[in-house]
Design a protein around this ligand. Sequence first.
Ligand SMILES: Cc1cc2nc3c(=O)[nH]c(=O)nc-3n(C[C@H](O)[C@H](O)[C@H](O)COP(=O)(O)OP(=O)(O)OC[C@H]3O[C@@H](n4cnc5c(N)ncnc54)[C@H](O)[C@@H]3O)c2cc1C
Ligand SMILES: *[C@@H]1O[C@H](CO)[C@@H](O)[C@H](O)[C@H]1NC(C)=O
Ligand SMILES: *[C@@H]1O[C@H](CO)[C@@H](O)[C@H](O)[C@H]1NC(C)=O
Ligand SMILES: *[C@@H]1O[C@H](CO)[C@@H](O)[C@H](O)[C@H]1NC(C)=O
Ligand SMILES: *[C@@H]1O[C@H](CO)[C@@H](O)[C@H](O)[C@H]1NC(C)=O
Length: 492
Amino acid sequence: MMGFNLTSSFLLTALLGVFGTVVSASAKPTIDPICFLISKAASSATDVYYPGSPDYIEGISHYANRSSTQISKCVVEPGTAQDVGTIMKIIGAARVPFAVIGGGHATNPGFSSTTGIHIEMRRFSKVVYDNTKQTATIGAGLIWDDVYAALEPYNVKVAGGRVTGIGVAGFILGGGYSWLTNQHGLAIDTVQGFELVTPEGKILTVTQSLNPDLFFGLKGGSNNFGIVTSFTLRTFPQAQIWGGIMYVDGSQMPQVTAAVSTFSANATDPKAALLASYVSTLGQLVITLLFFYDGMAPPTGIFDDLLAIPSFVKDVRSRSYLSLVQSGGDVSHDQRSIYHTISPLQLTPALSDVILNETVFWGAQLGPKSAFAVAYAIEPFLPTIYSHNTTPTAFPPTRSIPFLPFNIWYSWNVSSFDNDFHTAARQSAAHIRAAAISQGQLDIAKTPLYPNYAIFDTPLKDIYGSNLPRLRSIKARIDPRNVMGLAGGFKL
Ligand SMILES: Cc1cc2nc3c(=O)[nH]c(=O)nc-3n(C[C@H](O)[C@H](O)[C@H](O)COP(=O)(O)OP(=O)(O)OC[C@H]3O[C@@H](n4cnc5c(N)ncnc54)[C@H](O)[C@@H]3O)c2cc1C
Ligand SMILES: *[C@@H]1O[C@H](CO)[C@@H](O)[C@H](O)[C@H]1NC(C)=O
Ligand SMILES: *[C@@H]1O[C@H](CO)[C@@H](O)[C@H](O)[C@H]1NC(C)=O
Ligand SMILES: *[C@@H]1O[C@H](CO)[C@@H](O)[C@H](O)[C@H]1NC(C)=O
Ligand SMILES: *[C@@H]1O[C@H](CO)[C@@H](O)[C@H](O)[C@H]1NC(C)=O
């Protein structure tokens, strides 16, 4: 294949003119000229796929496939960082819309999809473990399942996704609440370095010593600074752990609320973690409980009340980290979805009652509007989770308030109801937040919103707070022509 040295946009414009002529003269109007130019300019490590090809369909697909997927001009699968640089230069000069996708779990429409050039990172799939440094360098196209499987033979693990299928890239670049967060902080707190292709096509190694500004910005700043090709993470010993999933019928709600509140208020062992979801699905109230303990079994006391609740599915045991993450099965589904969030300080029994009422209320309101699930996930982390890193990160803007992530997830089928679901998610979040304030959680007014959960029109200051000016100045320096503004996401 040819390798063009694209040094100036003048040259590019000339090339585009030539290719544009070639394309239109060759009676193949379905081939987009920018896609064609990328296929010619990149090395043989890179491929470009067009509508109709199975690789194209796989490339544009998402977890929330009905609402997060768009029909792009082509799918570009870069094979090297150099090729990513070439692609960035072409996109920057042509100023066409594009997307970069990792695991495709974005629930906000347009965040990793486009009608333009869709960049799929799956060829960045290496996992390299360094036993001496206790780090793993992982490719940006991987999902966590693959990373856990690759590290299992070394008997180590990393702070990544809690359920199956999530991409490493979007997860880390937004922050990353993991099963190891009580012990080690967010996923970003375990990052030692990034390889970044800048919007101008340069390949940079980003570490605290080499580039402190970008090292800060990439830790929560998502796709604003370029395309990340790999992440170097700290590893932690022991790939065998304890945990799994339990499904409980809604009739057991009082016991669940009591036991979750007790865990939330009283558990202090950082190796223990819980994720409890109240779900209204097709008229039924169901609770899913995900358990984690970083050891072969939890000490007695921590989970006993919860485990004693009658359940209709129970798969909780000693197992591999990968097996735990996959215990909930593949939840990807052919539906529309949206996430939203608030950041409470505590999950008290009184707030749990409000959340339960929201589950039932919105389940009933949205059921007739093609709802598949109306779900609220309670994530009772320890108040010390932000103390594991003293170096500032883009998210969260404050580490002195021990706020908790909290996830609202609605899923439905019919697109004409999109607005109803988006509006309901905002109203429900506002209602729970107001209830928390009236119950005395006054600091909730200052807690930032997690970018990987916040709905698409969330104001940037609600996510990045006082970090916003610094982030904007880093962004202006690394991306003076705002190339990343051509991709969706929370844009600085
Ligand atoms: C079922 C489910 C479970 C989840 N569980 C958790 C959880 O336990 N903890 C948690 O913290 N979050 C969780 N999340 C939220 C999750 O962190 C986000 O959805 C995250 O964005 C997913 O990353 P992805 O790579 O799969 O997404 P994608 O949709 O591929 O990408 C998300 C964003 O990252 C950008 N991006 C992707 N790759 C790159 C790259 N190489 N360089 C630059 N930018 C890039 C995209 O452009 C996009 O804006 C969950 C989400 C779902 C749907
Ligand atoms: C996702 O949506 C695309 C476009 O609508 C479709 O072609 C593809 O089959 C879907 N993928 C999955 C996995 O359902
Ligand atoms: C926490 O433990 C204390 C002492 O055992 C108990 O009195 C309290 O009720 C517990 N808190 C919750 C919310 O269960
Ligand atoms: C339940 O939630 C709805 C919607 O937020 C609210 O209007 C209603 O007052 C709540 N009911 C109770 C008993 O709190
Ligand atoms: C989704 O809605 C379409 C019509 O809009 C219908 O044909 C399809 O069966 C529905 N699917 C589900 C899973 O409800």
